[in-house]
Design a protein around this ligand. Structure first.
Ligand code: SF4
Ligand code: SF4
Length: 349
């Protein structure tokens, strides 16, 4: 708890999203990162030695998300996790995966969990629909079958490793808005150990139609999902995070309805994004890089002290930038006095 308090007060960044690779074995129609994925073979990923130096410049990091591409396609994923736990002492790591490689996930995750017993890992398996609906969106044959195998592996791991929790990540888009309730029912029935987390399609989606969603339907799905949220059960901070999820949904609906958020965005301050080739961004949405860590001796603090970084942050503040990206909204709520009070009230109710 002391570490969490310290990181809330001084963590800079508090939350890092690191794209460990742009390689991906799916071609999802709603993917916002599709350009990098299509060019993955020509991108120069940060090496282990480079990541080692970066992690040494990151103290007080509370939350790390290993994103991609498909993170389990990065062969050194276990070593990368260990660098962050050893050098940055990060207590909480989320790994989103498309779940298409059950054997690779099983072998690598076992190593990761064994080698980092003090760190809590949250695996978020991305599902978009059941059976053919999944293959259609991921553009991978039998994707749902592979994900079922992955969930079976994760279920057995939950009984052996206390430092693991499992969620199902669902990207809501035009392609699945009519079948999401069916998927929620399936998850509820078959994976009672996993919490379904909805994220709305964002950014520059591979197929533009992905973003033509019906907001009334989205609101209904949020309501429906609320029945299935396994309140206070599936991870250590669940009692705090689950009520925040409801607040995030309200803010998502506001943002998609072009209403400004009542909380200021702290992307670039408390949260930041590191690409596979070393560019540091305030968030996943703005294409404004603070700089490439390769040009600054891999020292994040040096990049954050640049005048050009401060200008980008000032522009985010003065424009009262807003969007529906859930990761930023969770982060903004945690640091907002108004919402922090509301979430504490929810906690004691
Ligand atoms: S959404 Fe995820 S799984 Fe799908 S193509 Fe993009 S990175 Fe790969
Ligand atoms: S509101 Fe969205 S686009 Fe703007 S800085 Fe925050 S996360 Fe980035």
């Amino acid at each position: 708890m002391w570490r969490l308090t310290k990181n809330i007060l001084w963590g800079h960044p508090f939350y890092l999203i690191f794209f460990v690779t742009s390689k991906c074995n799916a071609r999802c129609k709603m993917c916002f990162n599709w350009r990098n994925i299509d060019e993955a073979n020509s991108r120069k990923e940060l090496s282990l030695e480079e990541i080692d130096k970066i992690t040494l410049s990151l103290s007080n990091l509370q939350q790390l998300t290993m994103s991609g591409g498909e993170p389990f396609l990065r062969k050194e994923l276990p070593e990368i996790c260990s660098l962050f736990t050893r050098n940055s002492k990060v207590p909480w790591i989320t790994i989103p995966t498309n779940g298409l490689l059950p054997d690779v996930i099983e072998n690598n995750l076992r190593r990761i969990l064994r080698e980092n017993p003090q760190t809590h890992f949250r695996l978020s398996v991305s599902m978009s629909g059941v059976e053919d609906a999944s293959s259609e969106i991921f553009q991978v044959r039998d994707s749902f079958k592979a994900q079922q195998e992955t969930m079976a592996v994760l279920k057995t791991f939950l009984t052996s490793y206390s430092n693991l929790s499992v969620d199902v990540g669902i990207v809501y888009s035009k392609f699945n808005e009519n079948v999401i309730c069916e998927l929620l029912d399936y998850i509820n029935e078959n994976y009672p150990f996993a919490n379904p987390m909805l994220a709305v399609v964002r950014g520059d989606s591979r197929e533009k139609i992905a973003k033509e969603i019906d907001l009334d339907k989205l609101k209904e799905v949020f309501e429906y999902q609320r029945h299935f949220t396994k309140k206070a059960k599936n991870h250590p901070y669940a009692r705090l995070i689950n009520p925040i999820q409801d607040m995030v949904h309200e803010l998502v609906l506001d943002a998609l309805g072009a209403k400004r958020s009542p909380v200021k965005c702290l992307a670039g301050k408390k949260l930041m994004v590191l690409s596979d080739d070393g560019e540091l961004f305030p968030c996943e949405m703005l294409k404004k890089s603070f700089g490439n860590l390769r040009d600054y001796d891999y020292n994040i603090k040096e990049v954050l002290a640049l005048g050009s970084t401060k200008e980008i942050l000032a522009a985010i503040k003065s424009s009262r930038c807003f969007c529906s990206w859930e990761c930023a909204l969770y982060n903004n709520i945690v640091f907002s006095n108004k919402y922090r009070f509301k979430s504490l009230l929810n906690l004691i109710r």
